[in-house]
Design a protein around this ligand. Structure first.
Ligand code: FEO
Length: 406
């Protein structure tokens, strides 16, 4: 856990969380930071929380101590978003300061009541409402519904242009002491870009339309620094993370990067023979390739790859008249996250009957995924030389389709 001054009288407190699944579901190989902020005017506000999962703000209190801030002096707790990674400390915080006021959106207030035993004063804010902390620190609230939950707001300190953006513009990836964009190496920036794609696709991606609306709103705000609830602080080039988010939002509809994600599963190695051949062919091409096996690779990892890929190849056998089940589960998740409009190709083996294609069609239809498939290649048992050659031709066709839209 660390703390730092971002700008005069504005502080960040952050804690890295590792070895858990985010939302109990999403793998985080490189952890995540939970960031909290303090703004000190004549009055003091604490924005979002740092200890989500354990619910006991001992770390928060020790950091306040280091900053010489008496927890009892904190008059306002601003909860930009009531998901417990940002709000899980509220009840425990009462033990050291029973008199704070909670500042939330209307929907945030409903969730506050549902989640916690709250009897503190609640101030409900809406777009453009302000809270004057004194010494020039006027906080303006910015509604960003569905980035990530309907309750979400961001908070802008008008004195210095710091936007406390909560989930918006956040990323996975633990942070270190130098978590300002201008203090990171280009390799570290690359690392956070990948972690941003994983975070965006896993957590925010389904809400890409609200993200676009939030970005439009940001264009009219005097933002100088972006201080998100997860990840690094963007103070030298806040536009970079705004532009990255804008690009990731656009990828939801299908035309993404020059990448193919091959997702495959195999029962006894027959589909795998064709996968090995396809990978060799794809590696000769001028296109980035991501390969994931189901069920071994997590949904989150697959989703992050598909999010940036214009093309997807699915390789799986038929299983009891249907699709190989872990492939169906992964596709359902892609559908729920609305990863639509991909150029796609499927191949795989069957034994005594087909059936994978029927279930694939059902899932694509059910989630209105609108993936454009070229003709599949199915083979009974092990693939023949002719089957492999046909798969090679289909890969060429797929790349041509991708080239046509990029
Ligand atoms: Fe970081 Fe949607 O909570």
């Amino acid at each position: 856990m660390n703390y730092k001054e971002i700008i005069d009288n504005v502080y960040q407190l952050s804690v890295n969380i590792e070895d858990i699944l985010f939302e109990g579901l999403w793998e985080m190989p490189n952890g995540v930071s939970i960031n909290s902020y303090i703004v000190k005017g004549e009055k003091t506000a604490l924005i979002d929380g740092v200890c989500g999962w354990d619910g006991v703000p001992e770390k928060l209190l020790s950091l306040l101590d280091k900053l010489d801030i008496d927890p009892k002096s904190i008059e306002y707790l601003i909860v930009n978003h009531m998901e417990p990674d940002h709000s899980g400390w509220i009840e425990a915080f009462k033990e050291v300061n029973p008199n704070f006021k909670v500042v939330v959106s209307k929907k945030g207030a409903e969730l506050l009541e549902a989640f916690y035993d709250n009897n503190n004063d609640v101030i409900i804010v809406k777009d453009k409402d302000t809270l004057d902390l004194g010494n020039g620190h006027t906080l303006e609230f910015v509604e960003m519904p569905n980035v990530h939950w309907p309750d979400t707001i961001a908070t802008l300190d008008r004195k210095n242009g710091v936007l406390f953006s909560c989930d918006a513009f956040g990323s996975f990836g633990s942070v270190n002491e130098s978590n300002f964009d201008d203090l990171l190496t280009s390799e570290e920036i690359d690392f956070y870009e990948k972690e941003t794609v994983r975070y965006y696709s896993n957590i925010i991606g389904a809400f890409s339309l609200p993200v676009k609306k939030a970005i439009e709103k940001c264009k009219n705000l005097p933002i100088k620094i972006i201080a998100p609830g997860h990840g690094i602080i963007w103070r030298s080039n806040p536009n970079k993370i705004i532009e990255d988010y804008s690009r990731y939002a656009s990828y939801q509809k299908g035309v993404a990067e020059r990448e193919i994600t091959l997702i495959w599963g195999s029962m006894y190695g027959m589909t795998q023979k064709a996968v090995d051949y396809a990978i060799k062919e794809l590696e000769k091409k001028d296109i980035k390739l991501n390969v994931h096996r189901v069920p071994e690779d997590s949904w989150g990892t697959i989703l992050a790859s598909v999010w940036t890929s214009t093309g997807v190849i699915l390789a799986m056998p038929t299983y009891e008249y249907k699709m190989f089940p872990p492939m169906a589960a992964a596709l359902e998740e892609l559908g729920k996250k609305k990863a639509v409009g991909r150029k796609a190709f499927r191949f795989g083996s069957y034994g005594w009957s087909g059936g994978a294609q029927r279930e694939l069609d059902e899932i694509i239809d059910k989630y209105k995924m609108n993936w454009e498939f070229i003709d599949p290649v199915e083979f009974k048992g092990s693939p023949s030389e002719e089957d492999l050659s046909l798969i090679g031709q289909r890969i060429e066709e797929l790349i041509n389709e991708i080239n046509n839209v990029l």
